[in-house]
Ligand binder design. Structure first.
Ligand code: NCD
Length: 344
């Protein structure tokens, strides 16, 4: 894997390879000494043109746990026009010896330009571009679903120290709810989850469902209670992205109270889900809008776990992009020279 720009870059065997590598990485993170020497001498640049808390910190932690050097570049506020600033910035970073650039950008397609316009020859990892793609978020979501639910919808995490290695998400049913229109998370998840065999249903108000959604490999509904009544294995809530709605909220829904009433997940709705179902959210959450506090903090919620899994998944992606070891030898096993090097 040279770049990771879109969930569409991942065919089923590659996606499973990343998830299996992430499971091995997660196992190393349970040790007392979490740092591996795997990417010693490599330089990873975090190039963030848009706000981020967990994704940026997650990539930084992942790179550091693999012993790479990390440069954080918060580019927000630059007055240079987007194309020029991206090209100039990227060439500067390349001149400083970057091996991989992790980029978040408000313009859909910016990571693609960086990877394919010939400006730089580093690896490029998309950490979210506009409303387009966020492939590592979809990978950590798939990883979280796989660790919790075996096909058939039976909870299995923690049963026997199972790291969830092997297999896809065949037959699992996932409902993704909320602001579909502005969400790169949903676009990546629809692609990846269906590649892995899950059945995805999107739910949101008509104003927040994009034109052309019929062509996506999923079902669409405007009726949250109707979809919850079908007993989905996982319910993924999406943030209402007010910063992309323009001044005054853009008229996408009449009021926050009405949005919560029709499309918010609360304890009452969770109580109607099958016992094994899990509740997800990529964060940051608008508590009291798309999700109530009691739903976010309920025992069904795996939201904090998603954040932890993000580090393991990003370690796997950085490892596969920068070390490029084929399937089978993916992560240093306990007791291997690499793992021992962690203690040095
Ligand atoms: C998502 C993003 O930035 O696209 N968040 C994240 O990466 N943790 C979703 C969102 O902002 O709503």
């Amino acid at each position: 894997m040279r770049h990771l720009l879109s969930a569409a870059d991942l065919d089923r065997p590659t996606a499973i390879q990343v998830l299996d590598t992430a499971a091995q990485m997660a196992a190393t993170q349970a040790r007392e000494i979490k740092k591996l020497p795997t990417l010693r001498g490599k330089t990873v640049v975090n190039l963030f043109f848009e706000d981020s808390t967990r994704t940026r910190i997650s990539f930084e932690t992942a790179a550091k746990r693999l012993s790479a050097d990390v440069i954080n570049f918060a580019a927000k506020g630059s007055s240079v026009s987007k194309g020029e600033s991206l090209k100039d910035t990227a060439q500067t970073l390349q001149a400083m010896g970057a091996d991989a650039v992790v980029i978040r950008h408000p313009a859909s397609g910016a990571p693609h330009s960086l990877a394919h316009c010939g400006w730089v020859d580093t690896s490029v990892i998309n950490a979210g571009d506009g409303t387009h793609q966020h492939p590592t978020q979809a990978l950590l979501d798939a990883f979280t679903i796989r660790r919790h639910l075996s096909p058939g919808g039976v909870r299995r995490v923690g049963a026997d120290g199972d790291q969830g290695v092997g297999g896809g998400l065949d037959g699992l049913r996932v409902a993704i709810v909320g602001d579909i229109l502005h969400s790169r998370v949903v676009r990546s998840n629809v692609q990846l989850l269906t590649t892995l065999g899950a059945e995805v249903t999107l739910v949101g108000p008509p104003t927040l469902v994009p034109i052309g959604v019929e062509a996506w490999p999923c079902q669409t509904s405007y009726d949250l209670d109707g979809v919850l009544a079908t007993g989905p294995d996982a319910v993924m809530m999406l943030r209402v992205q007010r910063e992309r709605m323009g001044a005054g909220g853009g008229g996408f829904f009449p009021s926050p109270a009405e949005y919560m009433h029709l499309y918010g997940l609360d304890a009452r709705r969770i109580a109607r889900l099958p016992e094994h179902s899990i509740v997800m959210h990529p964060g940051p959450m608008n508590r009291g809008l798309e999700i109530s506090a009691d739903a976010a903090d309920s025992p069904r919620s795996v939201i904090v776990e998603q954040v932890a899994n993000g580090v393991a998944v990003r370690m796997a992606v950085l490892y596969l992009v920068l070390a490029g070891v084929p399937t089978g030898d993916a992560a240093p096993a306990a007791g291997s020279a690499d793992a021992k090097g962690a203690a040095r």
